[in-house]
Design a protein around this ligand. Sequence first.
Ligand code: FHN
Length: 433
Amino acid sequence: FLSLGFSLKAQNYIPSASNLKQREWFSDARFGLFIHWGPFSIPGSGEWVMNDRKLTVHNYTNLQDFFNPIDFNAAAYVSMAKNAGMKYITLITRHHDGFSMWDTKYSDFNIMNTPYQKDIVKMMADECHKQGIQLYLYYSLLDWRREDYPHETGRTGQYSGRKGNGDYASYLQFMKNQLTELLTNYGKIGGVWFDGHWDQTQPEGSADRSSRIDWKYDEIYSLIHKLQPQCMIGNNHHLTPFAGEDFQMFERDLPGENTSGLSLQQASDKLPLETCETISNSWGYNLSDTSYKTKTQLIKMLVKASSLGANLLLNIGPMPSGKVQPEFQDRLAAVGEWLNIYGESIYSTKAGFIKPQPWGSITQKENKVYVHVLDPKNSSILVDKTPFKKITKAYLLKDKKPVKFLSKNGHTEIYTGFSTEEIDNVVVLEILN
Ligand code: FHN
């Protein structure tokens, strides 16, 4: 039957104190690493290879025998993220192909049955806890292998050769069992990142966005919040957040923009926001995708996300061996170097009092307004409707060099002479409210 995908019981959700604290931590963190990696990386055609190449379950399962990521080093991954200035990692634990990256009792299609035989989630969790970075877990609601997933109503995974009509009660129990493992055996988890709800809805853009199945999110969400009350729940359903969710994500778009056609929903003014994007164009390792975003593009994206009050979750698709290609490593390191100087204007900031402008955007915290001049074409920048009484000081964040300004009747003009070489000329305005 048709349903929005959640039941009314979930409406009664009251986040715990630890959950509210975790939300605050998350909003302050601003920058995270998304990792799309698993046996789907082997063919080098992205994480949708099973569906795109119309592979049957029988044939796809062979990949399990080849997954042996001998170059994977959890400590190096976590250090790489930390050096990039990232505060959390969102790891694929199970993507749509149904492969589990941990030692699970509930599916044979898992990392322990590969030649590698080591629990990747455990290694990452241990290392994250050791190095003081938080771990979020991506978990697909959609499954292209299991017969009990309602594949007959799903929009994808139609070439798998599965029999039957699905059995959601059984599939739901399977997901609950796996989520219980993930939230019991790996220490503190910052959040769970669900994906795949859209498989059961009408295509993006259609008026009817209801779900063909009742996912019973109230049961899934309350289980998670019971096991780890602080654990934040986000669901990439591309819709207005459902009751029981703790953050809202936007895929390949900044909140309020809809260039990818996936983000028609309004940004919540109550929940923390996150926007996810990839460094190249693919999420999973893709041999033919060399469209790497430049460090300038990545930094501007991070600045714009922050100025809209959102985190940036930036993705890499490691190679099948576990090696992270130098194009990703270099760009992450470059953003980290930039954050070493400009981090103050990103971490723990709030959305700017105006939306991004052609010249750049604004972030703010306490008595400081950070004016990010990303495109200094004109000789001065006009900031309209400034909601403070007075500017007591204006200077460049980089070297504290004073910046000339004129502030009158709620309009502030900042005289530039800014460098066009700089990715972002950050002007700090110290203000009196
Ligand atoms: O189908 C997935 C895709 O492979 C990837 O994981 C992205 C990440 O946001 N989410 C889905 C598409 O909405």
